[in-house]
Design a protein around this ligand. Structure first.
Ligand code: FES
Length: 111
């Protein structure tokens, strides 16, 4: 599934981050990431990527990523690693340890 092929062009973004920005009505059984602050998280991440001068990384708002109960969630490609980004600290940690250093932030990863 989803493996890269020799004929594929080079990656356009070295990491493409999708942050769920879905909002559901109050009381919806699945809840939503927007009600848990994902819009502010996404905006903060975009600002920090710029401030830190990180190149080749794109942060986009996504619709529902279907892991609502675990959110606010984000997924990074091409790694296919999911994180719960529930604070600015979580964003800073993922930017620093995953994106800049190429490591992982295991305690914030979704299973
Ligand atoms: S509302 Fe964010 S994953 Fe569904």
């Amino acid at each position: 599934m989803g493996t890269r092929h020799d004929d594929d062009p080079a990656l356009y973004f070295s990491t493409h981050v999708f942050v769920c920005g879905n909002r559901r009505p109050e009381g919806h059984p699945r809840g939503c990431c927007a009600s848990k602050g994902s819009e502010k998280i996404r905006d903060y991440m975009k600002v920090r990527v710029k401030e830190l001068g990180i190149e080749g990384v794109r942060v986009n708002q996504a619709g529902c990523l279907d892991r609502c109960e675990l959110g606010p969630c984000a997924v990074l490609y091409p790694e296919g690693v999911w994180y719960k980004l529930d604070s600015f600290e979580a964003v800073d940690e993922v930017l620093e340890k995953h994106i800049q250093a190429g490591g992982r932030v295991k305690e914030r990863m979704l299973p």
